[in-house]
Write a protein that binds this ligand. Structure first.
Ligand SMILES: [Zn+2]
Length: 312
């Protein structure tokens, strides 16, 4: 079994603070959802070690229209949510993003060096279970996804509040050694849901309460849950090697976005507003382009690039 535990404090505080500085603070239920997404995206990136961005998105049909958490291979991360309308203090996953059972969750792997025309890999899962019942835990949504995409049992426990975003991931490793020879994939699949060791570890992980995940340090959590198991610990990634806030926006990228809008559209924004002002939802930075800047953007190149360079 492999386990990953993440506990975000400063990185999560910075995401919330930047939002509070740029616009209205997220209501608590949105903080909980977005924090769980950031924790989950960090766990998934750590688990697959993908050489590119892992982007977890929820396209909601409720007051939260879009929520995004993005984690780079070096664990720099950012997140944002678009909230329209009022959020009740008691809002749940379904009342936030899945009112009509039409909410979707997308997991995108965007390779660092993409060949021309190559698309990022994307998996999309609904926010309901096998009987179309609305799921109320993001962890269940992602467990479904990981079982589908990796054919490996996965247990996730997620929790977030206004100070901490945390998560625990337990996954059954594929068969190794001689077990890998001849039909290992088939035997791996046969193990889904029946592997006794996994069931025991998952059951223990499932007893972890959200409150414990939010308040206890990693060592205490592991000791409480798995004191009878033999554990191999890896050095925790902290500071510059660990998860931390960083935004990949920049003036040049915004310039390309304006180029993608086309000159008539850019000119009409100029005529109406006097400048083109593009704000970054992730970090709150503003990029302002006046008439001269805009003219320069369209003079630089005759060719028009695709409207969006990145998935988002
Ligand atoms: Zn930014």
């Amino acid at each position: 079994m492999r386990g990953v535990l993440v506990r975000l404090t400063e990185a999560w505080a910075e995401i919330l603070q930047r939002r509070a500085d740029a616009a209205n603070s997220y209501p608590l239920p949105v903080q909980q959802l977005l924090g769980e997404m950031v924790a989950a995206a960090t766990l998934m990136q750590a688990n697959i070690k993908f050489n590119g961005a892992l982007i977890l998105q929820i396209f909601g049909d409720g007051p939260v229209k879009l929520a995004v958490a993005e984690v780079q291979p070096d664990f720099s991360l950012r997140a944002t949510a678009t909230v329209i309308g009022d959020i009740e203090a008691t809002a749940t996953l379904s009342t936030l993003v899945n009112v009509n059972n039409e909410g979707k969750c997308a997991i995108t792997l965007d390779p660092k060096s993409r060949l021309p025309g190559q698309q990022p890999y994307q998996g999309v899962v609904p926010l309901f279970g096998d009987q179309r019942e609305k799921l109320e835990q993001l962890s269940e949504v992602l467990e479904h996804y990981m079982l589908q995409s990796e054919q490996l049992d996965t247990t996730l426990v997620l929790a977030a509040n206004d100070k901490v975003a945390a998560g625990l991931l337990i996954q059954r490793l594929p068969l190794q050694g001689t077990g890998n020879l001849g039909g290992a994939a088939q035997r791996d699949e046969d193990q889904i849901g029946v592997n006794e060791d996994y069931k025991r570890i998952a059951m223990l992980a499932g007893t972890l309460k959200r409150e414990e995940l939010l308040t206890l340090d990693a060592q205490t959590i592991l000791r409480r849950l798995f004191w009878e198991e033999s554990l191999t610990h890896f050095e925790p990634l902290t500071g510059d090697a660990g998860p931390r806030f960083a935004c990949s926006c920049g003036r040049e990228r915004v310039g390309r976005m304006i180029l993608g809008l086309g000159e008539p559209e850019a000119q009409s924004i100029l005529a109406e507003m006097g400048e083109v002002d593009v704000g970054c939802d992730f970090c709150g930075a503003h990029y302002r382009f006046d008439a001269i800047d805009v003219a320069q953007i369209f003079r630089q190149t005759g060719e028009v690039p695709p409207a969006s360079e990145r998935v988002q």
